[in-house]
Design a protein around this ligand. Structure first.
Ligand SMILES: NC(=O)c1ccc[n+]([C@@H]2O[C@H](COP(=O)([O-])OP(=O)(O)OC[C@H]3O[C@@H](n4cnc5c(N)ncnc54)[C@H](O)[C@@H]3O)[C@@H](O)[C@H]2O)c1
Length: 254
């Protein structure tokens, strides 16, 4: 028996097979979950990637900024799974002007886009999924430690600080529905989102050396395992928490 046996999950954020969400979906299926994926934009690509999972799941379209997509999400997921026991938020985006060391010059419009897609979307997704979570469950989001000002991460760092706060407020307001809300703060991983950050190489070079137990920028499995654990019944009294899966870098000075 896997730790997600009988669980029905919605997994957002699969774009390529290096997406953190792809590893979460794969591991979740191996642990017994039934899943539905959502894809944004390049749906045929997501469908192709979905076929590489142990059991190719349905792929639904979800632009997290679309009211129409969000309003219809519960019905569309319900057709496949009936209800939901867990949701994975693996969505992030910031315009190029909001990244890469241009912090002082980024326009509000570009900051607003980053915050809408990377921060506010956590609330949007939770509310859209709520009608399907009648028996409670778990919501897990992907974070990058926002307690520090990093090189090049810029407004995405501000958006992640907002995500950390948003997660705590969701934990407060969804607790009465039996829903736990937690984040996994992963170290740097070489995904499409990461590659689009100018200067991301700075993280790739320094992180493995700083991490007390080392860090592999090509291995999303540790982060995926933490997501699966938080989606399971093995964290029954944990909500509003941030689990760091970064080789220990968050705990080390300099
Ligand atoms: N890669 C890293 O180093 C790292 C580290 C910590 C946290 N994270 C976070 O993990 C999450 C997943 O990113 P990833 O690194 O796997 O990269 P990725 O590029 O594989 O995934 C990002 C996803 O966001 C989706 N997305 C963007 N705009 C969207 C919109 N409007 N509506 C719906 N979906 C949208 C993309 O389609 C894509 O699937 C993000 O929140 C990211 O910030 C990544």
């Amino acid at each position: 028996m896997g730790i997600l046996e009988g669980k029905r999950l919605l997994v957002t954020g699969v774009l390529t097979d290096s997406s953190i969400a792809f590893s979460v979906a794969k591991l979740a299926q191996q642990e017994g979950a039934q899943i539905v994926l959502t894809g944004f934009g390049r749906l045929s690509l997501v469908e192709r990637i979905a076929k590489r999972l142990p059991e190719p799941p349905p792929v639904l379209e979800l632009d997290i900024t679309s009211t129409e997509h969000l309003d219809s999400l519960a019905d569309r997921v319900g057709e496949h799974l009936g209800g939901l026991d867990g949701v994975v938020h693996a969505i992030g985006f910031a315009p190029q002007t909001a990244l890469g060391g241009n912090f002082l010059n980024t326009s509000w419009e570009d900051v607003a886009t980053a915050v809408q897609i990377s921060t506010y979307s956590f609330k949007s997704l939770a509310v859209a999924a709520l009608p399907l979570m009648k028996e409670g469950g778990a919501i897990v989001g992907l974070d990058f430690d926002a307690t520090k000002a990093w090189p090049v991460y810029d407004w995405m760092g501000v958006a992640k600080a907002g995500l950390e706060s948003c997660s705590r407020y969701l934990a407060r307001d969804l607790g009465k529905h039996g829903i736990r809300v937690n984040l996994v703060a992963a170290g740097p991983l070489r995904t499409m989102a990461a590659k689009s950050i100018p200067g991301f190489g700075e993280f790739e070079d320094s992180w493995p050396a700083k991490a007390p137990i080392g860090w592999d920028i090509n291995d999303p499995i540790p982060a995926a395992k933490a997501c699966v654990a938080l989606l399971s019944d093995w964290f029954p009294a944990t909500t509003g928490e941030i689990v760091h899966v970064d080789g220990g870098v968050h705990a080390i000075g300099a």
